[in-house]
Design a protein around this ligand. Structure first.
Ligand code: AAO
Length: 517
C-alpha cells in the first residue's frame, strides 16, 4: 500500500507533464532561430542569472534549404534527415549548448518535427542543410532512411492528398499538412526511427520536446513512439525522470479535434490563451480586464496542469497558424508588456516567453507579404545575437525576454511560485489588481483615465520597488516605490499615459530596513 502510494507520487513528479526545470524556475523562453553557440552564451550570461527555467529551440535536425523565397524561417519545418545539422549549428555545437545550459540549470526543449518530412513539391537533390540527398517525388530520404512505404499516401482520402477539411479527423491525421509528406506513424519502423532521433537528443541531455503538428498525428501513434523514449540523462536529471512533452494542437473550439484528446501524452499548447488575452487588452468585442477575474479554466481553457501558455508564438506573431489579429506581439510593445506581465503573474498554466527577430513587415490587403522572412543573416548565415551596453540586443534580434518589464515578471513568477491567486480587485472596467498569497501583487490600468486607489496587497509592511518602472539595485528603487502598511494595504497611482500602465511588487523587491549603528 505504502509502496503504491510512493509510486503514484513519483508518477506525478516524474511524468511527462513535469518540465524538470530546477526548483524555483518557472518559465521557459523560445529563442526562435537562434544559433546554438549564442544560446549557450545566453544561458550563462543572462538566463541562469535571471531565473529562466529553460529554452525552446528551433528544430535541430537537417532540413530543406529553400531559395525561393530566400531561406524562409519555415524551411526548418521541412525535415530531410535526423542529423543534427542546421543553420543554428552542428552536433558538436548542439552538445556544447546542452551541456553548458544544463550546467547552469537551464533546460533545453527541442522542437520535434516528426509528423512529416519536406513538402511534396520540393525538387529532389542535395539542397539541404547538411547536403543529404533526398527525393520528395519518390518519397526517398536515404539518410533516415524512409521510402515510399513509410508515408500515408495510400491512407489519405482527400482529393488533393492534403488536409482540406479540419472537421474530418481522418484527413487531418492521414493527409498532408500544406503538402508536407505525411509519415505513416502506424508503422513500428517509423515510430522507431522517430524514437531513435529523440533518444539521441535525450542522451545528449535535453529535458523534453515541443511536438510540432501534433493535431496531425493520432494520439495513439504518438503514445507508441513516446513510450519508446528513454528516461532523461542522469548527469543532470533524477533517476527515472521522463522527458517533458508539450504537444502543438491548435484548438480554438469549433473543430472535431480537441486538445483533451492529447492529455494522455503530455501537456498541450493552449491557443485560446493568447487569442483571448489579446482581445481583452485591445478591448475588442466588449471585453474588459474586469472579466479576467476567473481567467483560466473559467474561460473554458484546458486544466491548468495540462496547459502550456504563451501570449504569441512564432506562427501567430506573423499571421501563420491560428489566433488571428488579436494576438499581441512585440510590434505593440505597450500592450504586449501588459499581456506578458499578466500571464507571468497569473497562476494558470506553464508559461513560455517568446523571443523574436525583427523583419520588414509589409501589409498588402491586410496580409503581411513578408511573413516568410527568415532570421537576421548574411548570405544565409544566421547573424550572432549581439548585446548592447544597455543589455538589449542588436542585429535585429528583439530579445523580448531581456526587456526589463518581462525579465522582472519572469522573476516575479518564480518568487510567487505555489502561492494562491488572492486579493482580486477591479473597477468594473479595465483597472484590475491581484496578489499571489503574501509574496507578490500586481495592478493594471488599461482604462483611459487615471487609477488612484488603496488596495489590500496581502504583503508584509515595508517599502517595495515596482519592478515594471525600475529595479531594486543596492537596496534602492530605480523606479516607483510602493509603501505597504501594517495592515497590508498600499496606495497605487497609475496614469493612463504612463509608459507602462502597470505596477508589480514582490518579496524580493522589498527594501531591507537599514539599521543605524
Ligand atoms: C510552407 C509554405 C506552404 C507550402 C509548404 C510545403 O508556406 O505554402 O505548401 O511549405 O512546401 C510552417 C509554416 C508553413 C510552412 C511549413 C513548412 O507555417 O507556412 O509551409 O512551416 O515549411 C496548422 C497546423 C499547425 C501548424 C500551423 C502553421 O495544425 O500544426 O498550421 N503549426 C506548426 C508549426 C509551423 C509549421 C508547421 C506546423 C509544419 O508551428 O511553424 O509550418 O511543420 C486552422 C487549424 C489549425 C491550422 C491553421 C492554419 O486554424 O485549426 O490547426 O494550423 O488552420 O492552417 C480560425 C480558426 C482556427 C484556424 C484558423 C486559420 O482562427 O479558429 O482553428 O482560423 O484558418
Amino acid at each position: 500500500m505504502r509502496l503504491l502510494l510512493l509510486l503514484s507520487v513519483l508518477g506525478v513528479c516524474w511524468a511527462q507533464y513535469n518540465p524538470h526545470t530546477v526548483p524555483g524556475r518557472t518559465s521557459i523562453v523560445h529563442l526562435f532561430e537562434w544559433r546554438w553557440d549564442d544560446i549557450a552564451l545566453e544561458c550563462e550570461r543572462y538566463l541562469a542569472p535571471n531565473g529562466f527555467g529553460g529554452v525552446q529551440i528551433s528544430p535541430p535536425n537537417e532540413n530543406v534549404v529553400i531559395n525561393n523565397p530566400s531561406r524562409p524561417w519555415w524551411e526548418r519545418y521541412q525535415p530531410v534527415s535526423y542529423k543534427i545539422c542546421t543553420r543554428s549549428g552542428n552536433e558538436d555545437e548542439f552538445r556544447d549548448m546542452v551541456t553548458r545550459c544544463n550546467n547552469v540549470g537551464v533546460r533545453i526543449y527541442v522542437d520535434a518535427v516528426v509528423n512529416h518530412m519536406c513538402g511534396n513539391g520540393v525538387s529532389s537533390g542535395t539542397s539541404s542543410t547538411c547536403g543529404s540527398y533526398f527525393n520528395p517525388g519518390l518519397r526517398d530520404f536515404p539518410d533516415v532512411p524512409y521510402s515510399a512505404w513509410d508515408f500515408n499516401d495510400g491512407k489519405c482520402k482527400s482529393y488533393s492528398g492534403d488536409v482540406e477539411n479540419y472537421n474530418d479527423i481522418y484527413q487531418v491525421r492521414d493527409c498532408r499538412l500544406v503538402g508536407l509528406l505525411d509519415l505513416a506513424l502506424e508503422k513500428d519502423y517509423v515510430r522507431s526511427k522517430i524514437a531513435e532521433y529523440m533518444n539521441h537528443l535525450i542522451d545528449i541531455g535535453v529535458a523534453g520536446f515541443r511536438i510540432d503538428a501534433s493535431k496531425h498525428m493520432w494520439p495513439g501513434d504518438m503514445k507508441a513512439f513516446l513510450d519508446k523514449l528513454k528516461n532523461l540523462n542522469t548527469s543532470w536529471f533524477p533517476e527515472g525522470a521522463r522527458p517533458f512533452i508539450y504537444q502543438e494542437v491548435i484548438d480554438l473550439g469549433g473543430e472535431a479535434i480537441k486538445s483533451s484528446d492529447y492529455f494522455g501524452n503530455g501537456r498541450v499548447t493552449e491557443f485560446k490563451y493568447g487569442a483571448k488575452l489579446g482581445t481583452v487588452l485591445r478591448k475588442w468585442s466588449g471585453e474588459k480586464m474586469a472579466y479576467l477575474k476567473n481567467w483560466g479554466e473559467g474561460w473554458a481553457f484546458m486544466p491548468s496542469n495540462r496547459a502550456l501558455v504563451f501570449v504569441d508564438n512564432h506562427d501567430n506573431q506573423r499571421g501563420h497558424g491560428a489566433g488571428g489579429s488579436s494576438i499581441l506581439t512585440f510590434w505593440d510593445p505597450r500592450l504586449y508588456k501588459m499581456g506578458v506581465g499578466f500571464m507571468l503573474a497569473h497562476p494558470y498554466g506553464f508559461t513560455r516567453v517568446m523571443s523574436s527577430f525583427r523583419w520588414p513587415r509589409y501589409f498588402v490587403n491586410g496580409k503581411d507579404i513578408n511573413d516568410w522572412v527568415g532570421p537576421p543573416n548574411e548570405n544565409g548565415v544566421i547573424k550572432r545575437v549581439t548585446v548592447n551596453p544597455d543589455t538589449t540586443c542588436g542585429n535585429d534580434w528583439v530579445c523580448e525576454h531581456r526587456w526589463r518589464q518581462i525579465r522582472n515578471m519572469v522573476i516575479f513568477r518564480n518568487v510567487v511560485d505555489g502561492q494562491p491567486f488572492t486579493n482580486w480587485w477591479d473597477n468594473g472596467n479595465n483597472q484590475v489588481a491581484f496578489g499571489r498569497g503574501n509574496r507578490g501583487f500586481i495592478v493594471f490600468n488599461n482604462d483611459d483615465w487615471e487609477l488612484s486607489v488603496t488596495l489590500q496587497t496581502g504583503l508584509p509592511a515595508g517599502t517595495y520597488c515596482d519592478v515594471i518602472s525600475g529595479d531594486k539595485i543596492d537596496n534602492q528603487c530605480t523606479g516607483i516605490k510602493i509603501y505597504v502598511s501594517g495592515d497590508g494595504r498600499a496606495y497605487f497611482n497609475i496614469k493612463n499615459t504612463a509608459e507602462d500602465p502597470f505596477i508589480a511588487i514582490h518579496m524580493d523587491s522589498k527594501l531591507h530596513i537599514k539599521l543605524d549603528k
